[in-house]
Design a protein around this ligand. Structure first.
Ligand code: ZN
Length: 539
């Protein structure tokens, strides 16, 4: 593994980046596209150990005026009698003049830069979303009756118990929805109940929740440490009632989150939204518009929304609801009762590193970036220097990008790749981090094949197939089957990668069989599966 070594090397502590960025071709890059024509050239950034390095540079990084690359090594800085102090950009060759007093003594790009917030704050609450506090929006409509609601209650209670041990200072709030929307206190008192026409009016719901005195004054004191036991009792008493005002509940949960400064909304449902704003019964383009709007509003407030959909025979319209986790960087599970606890556990265990995260990729001119995946189930066309919005950045995420040499690479022995990640931390500071590596240009096919990372290639293929499967199951299957064959030839020893592709292909067959049988829930299954595949979470 090629590692990028920062300035610290001279002081004896080497920081290795190999945990954070990997390539399908290991530490190499083919000199031309045709050398490895069946194998995608992919870089993958993962965030599981993102927080391990601490320390930062105060102020803004020094940036190439042409391509936007961040200066990561003070050794690149030179002084010239005519030009003054400058650096040659390693990506585009531009000569950038710098003011010597802006230069830090050394740069640890991985620890990054920290820019404190300006003093302006949003209208609501403290305006800072604390990562792992939670507002639960719980479906208690008629279809949840019996074992489903019992299952959800038990899972929610276990989550509260787990939080009580590991995150006792986290806040918890609860909004339930059926034909009415209700906000409860830990003791089970109904502090707000909304029903009827108001549920079709976003502004009116927001106003009611904002002005509610309990939400305003009490919610921010509801730490799990002090209220966990009472919540458990209250949740235990919940019962299922008539129809499903899911949209209004999300509106209310966002305001509760803003007011209390919690960063996470967990939406639990088994049924189709059919009451109030965001109703999805009947063909309605309004629904899609509403969930896009509220998804963006959540994201702009730095709130992550996760969905646990409870599998039954009916449809949840997950395809539309999924817009919210997609936009905010949340997760989506479609679980039967036996899998509920695992889904809750994965959400509770997946810590939020930062909010409003954006990622930017910088490569030299000779390299063309094509697609980016892992930012949800959408497919993104990408140009060098574009910002990709990720919403909340959680540890379980990974972002992949595909690239290729535009023409034969002649003038470089090494190709640098830089990933810039910007996000807001819990104290509203803007943080900037850089992950950078250099790939060695190779013209030898055998040498390139030897350094292939088959697991990464299989994972990327699954991620890409997830984007395609929403519209074309057959093509999605072909992509995985073709790659299985390619890997069998190019990397015959990599059995795990082939098995991974096999498992996904088998499950795709099962879902397609349900579709052919006309099962109402098959669309939800497709949505949930593509979400899981896009996160490369194995079955
Ligand atoms: Zn540049």
């Amino acid at each position: 593994m090629n590692v990028f070594i920062y300035e610290e090397k001279r002081k004896g502590s080497v920081i290795t980046m190999d945990k954070h960025m990997k390539f399908s071709t290991g530490d190499k890059i083919p000199a031309s596209e045709k050398l490895l024509k069946d194998i995608p050239l992919v870089g993958e950034v993962s965030f599981s150990e993102f927080e391990d390095t601490k320390g930062e540079i105060k102020g803004k990084p020094i940036i190439c005026s042409n391509c936007g690359a961040i200066l990561t090594n003070v050794k690149d800085v030179q002084t010239d009698a005519k030009v003054g102090t400058f650096f040659n950009c390693r990506f585009c060759g531009t000569v950038n003049v710098v003011d010597p007093k802006d230069l830090p003594h050394n740069i640890n790009a991985y620890s990054g830069w920290l820019i404190p917030p300006d003093s302006t704050r949003p209208d609501f609450g403290k305006g800072i979303q604390k990562g792992n506090s939670l507002i639960a929006a719980l479906d208690v409509s008629g279809s949840m009756g019996g074992s489903k609601i019992e299952g959800v209650k038990q899972s929610l209670i276990s989550t509260l118990k787990a939080y009580g041990k590991s995150k006792a200072d986290a806040l918890f709030g609860l909004v339930t929805f059926e034909s009415n929307l209700r906000i409860y206190s830990p003791e089970g008192e109904e502090v707000l109940k909304l029903g009827g026409d108001i549920l079709y009016d976003v502004k009116a719901i927001e106003k009611e929740v904002t002005n509610n005195s309990w939400v305003k004054r009490q919610l921010q004191k509801m730490t799990i440490k002090s209220t966990g036991k009472a919540w458990q009792k209250t949740i235990q008493k919940m019962q299922a009632l008539s129809s499903t005002a899911l949209g209004p509940a999300v509106v209310a949960a966002r305001i509760m989150s803003l007011t209390a400064g919690t960063g996470r909304v967990l939406l639990l449902t088994d049924g189709m939204a059919n009451e109030g704003i965001g109703s999805l019964s009947g063909a309605s383009p309004e629904g899609k518009k509403f969930y896009t709007m509220i998804g963006n509003a959540l994201k702009d407030s730095g709130i992550v929304l996760d969905i646990v959909g409870i599998a039954g025979q009916g449809s949840l319209e997950l395809k539309t609801l999924a817009l919210m986790p997609e936009i905010t960087g949340g997760d989506l599970f479609y679980a039967d009762l036996s899998e509920l606890q695992d889904s809750f556990g994965m959400i509770a265990g997946d810590e939020i590193i930062g909010r409003n995260a954006r990622i930017k990729l910088i490569v030299p001119d000779e390299i063309e970036l094509t697609t980016v995946s892992g930012a949800g189930t959408r497919e993104l066309d990408y140009k060098r220097g574009d910002d990709i919005s990720l919403g909340g950045l959680t540890k379980s995420r990974s972002i992949s990008f595909e690239f290729k040499p535009k023409k034969k690479i002649k003038d470089r022995k090494k190709v640098p790749v830089q990933v810039q990640i910007r996000y807001k931390d819990e104290d509203d500071n803007e943080r900037i981090r850089v992950i950078e590596e250099e790939l060695t240009v190779s013209e030898i096919k055998e040498e390139l094949e030897k350094s292939l990372d088959a697991d990464l290639i299989a994972g990327y293929t699954v991620q890409r197939a997830a984007q395609v499967m929403q519209n074309d199951r057959k093509k999605s299957k072909e992509m995985m089957a073709d790659m299985r064959q390619t890997l069998a030839r190019a990397a015959p020893m990599a059995k795990a990668a082939q098995e991974y592709l096999n498992d996904e292909l088998e499950e795709m067959d099962e879902i397609m069989a349900e579709e052919e049988a006309g099962a109402t829930r098959s669309a939800d299954m497709v949505q949930a599966k593509s979400y899981r595949m896009s996160k490369k979470r194995k079955k």
